[in-house]
Design a protein around this ligand. Sequence first.
Ligand SMILES: [Zn+2]
Length: 225
Amino acid sequence: METILTVTFINKDVRMTIELSGLYVPNRIARYMITTLQDLMGENGLNAVLKQSGLPTYREICPPDNMENAFDFSIYSAICSAVANTYGPRGARVFLIRAGKAGFRNGIQSFIDHYGAGLERTGKLVPLSIKLPLFLKWIAKNYTETSDRIVEVKDNGDHYLYINKRCPVCWGRHVTSPDCHITLGFLQEATSFISNGAQFQIRQITSIGAGDASCDFIVPKRPVE
Ligand SMILES: [Zn+2]
């Protein structure tokens, strides 16, 4: 018999039971999201958001700053969902895109440590047509290796497709239109970084939370003029 693990949180009078996924993101990745939301909303603001959805307080839910792959997808998505419940789709989009951008900026040192030094040495001599796909593929590989996400990048002619086959942002959620905004913000910042500040018109076109097979993002090959 298959056992379904759940966790129940009680925050004052609000009770929330979450079915755990058994799939994880590194603590540090979840921590970046949670601390950025805390920066944007203040601790009281974020606590109000969490409480409204029956989640524990900021201090209780924020994991330690380490790379242990231990923060359950279900709790990660419950936090994104809590932001949407409180602020509505538009407000949540603003907060979560910012959280995604900050997540990239906070994690960029590991990119430079692993891989970026070579690119930096050759600097601006490396054309974007080489740097951009290399970078997107590096992110996909890194995410797939260090967490239970499964990410692929495909060359689709005039754009790249960034494909999340297992996505913690919409895990277990049912949404009417794609809203994995953290990933969108992350990709906006990542593409801006690798292109020395250019902006790309990135769009999410499918979402597992909306019933699709994967969460797909179109990344144009060329930035906005
Ligand atoms: Zn998703």
